[in-house]
Design a protein around this ligand. Structure first.
Ligand code: SF4
Length: 361
């Protein structure tokens, strides 16, 4: 009987102690839990700390994985697709006749300037075709006078330029590049770089002289293809004396000059890397020659189309971003496919302001 009583008292005490412990523990948890002093809080704090640290690591990793937004230092604005020539390898063809209203074009150019643009190149199609060059002239003047861009340039086939244009807008233009693939008139005709009976070479010489007269740096662009790959152009280039002679390897772009919906078929113009190299070797003593193979060319240009959408050529076709005018430069440029490293590697940044060229006019 006595033993049973002892056991009963012992059990009673155990129940009391355990209840007391629970009550005390609950009170302490309530009192200090918010401070994270209790074990539960400590555990929560450690978990929180760990997840913060993990999220930092993840943020660092994603920062490293997210490519840096490229700066639109040098932009090519193809504001029109219309052209009076029919070059067989053309890779910016007349798929639309759209041209932005000039105030919208200016708004987009200002956005680009604010995002870091230093050089603008106007191209097409043929940029002197729309409004007989007035639209182009106004944009050239706007970019130099209002935006104060260090470099404003144009790529043209040269056939639509008049002296009056130089008189009005020449002072605002740094560089004028004229496309010429051959110094044999028949070859230009075979390529399609011609209109009717007009002589492409006469136009080229005329424009070259106006550039000298109106103090615009003169440049030549040539596309090397099956029809001109064996030509020796040294004498003519030395005579014309351009500040730069850009020599491109004929490039195939799906949807522009190849494939079902294309307006051109460039396959018959395509040359091999070796043929391109042979052409370069033949002209290696021309100091101003700047070669551009397909590999260098494809992703190293920031191209804006007539709607001010960046065109991504990484997949061998031109995939458009949304328009800079709708989503801003920073957003649109993410979809440009632009390879900034290749841009620098191919010498995309050069002395591009005529004020810095110290040319003898
Ligand atoms: S000149 Fe020739 S390559 Fe240039 S836009 Fe016109 S058709 Fe195309």
């Amino acid at each position: 009987m006595f033993t049973t009583q002892i056991v009963f008292v012992k059990m009673l005490l155990q129940v009391c102690f355990s209840s007391l412990h629970r009550v005390l523990a609950g009170a302490l948890e309530k009192a200090f839990g918010w401070m994270g002093i209790s074990d539960g809080g400590g555990r929560a704090r450690r978990v929180a700390h760990r997840s913060t640290r993990e999220s930092h690591i993840k943020a660092d990793e994603s920062e490293a994985a997210t490519p840096k937004t490229p700066t639109p230092t040098s932009v090519n604005y193809h504001f029109t697709r219309q052209c009076n020539y029919k070059c067989g390898f053309c890779f910016h063809t007349a798929k639309t006749s759209f041209v932005l209203p000039i105030e919208e074009a200016k708004r987009g150019l200002r956005l680009l300037k604010d995002a870091g643009m230093e050089k603008i190149n106007f191209s097409g199609g043929e940029p002197f075709l729309h409004e007989k060059g007035e639209f182009l002239g106004k944009l050239v003047q706007f970019c130099k006078e209002d935006l104060q861009l260090p470099s404003v340039s144009i790529v043209s086939n040269g056939s639509m330029i008049r002296e009056k244009w130089f008189q009005k807008y020449g002072e605002y233009l740094d560089i004028l590049a004229i496309s010429c693939d051959s110094f044999e008139e028949d070859t230009n005709k075979l390529i399609g770089r011609t209109q009717g009976r007009k002589s492409h070479l006469d136009n080229l010489c005329k424009v070259r002289n106006w550039c000298r007269e109106y103090k615009v740096a003169f440049k030549i662009n040539s596309v090397i293809n099956t029809f001109n790959v064996d030509e020796d152009m040294r004498e003519h280039i030395l005579q014309l004396c351009p500040v730069r002679w850009k020599v491109f390897q004929c490039l195939v772009i799906e949807g522009e000059n190849a494939g079902e919906n294309a307006l051109r078929e460039a396959e018959r113009f395509v040359i091999s890397d070796q043929q391109f190299q042979d052409f370069l070797d033949r002209h290696s003593d021309i100091a101003c020659l700047v070669p551009e193979s397909n590999q260098k060319m494809r992703d190293s240009y920031l191209i804006l189309d007539e709607y001010m959408r960046f065109l991504d050529c990484t997949e061998g076709r031109k995939d458009p971003s949304k328009s800079v005018l709708d989503v801003g430069v920073e957003n649109a440029i993410q979809f440009s496919g632009f390879d900034e490293k290749m841009f620098l590697k191919r010498g995309g940044k050069y002395t591009w302001s005529k004020a810095d060229m110290r040319l003898e006019w």
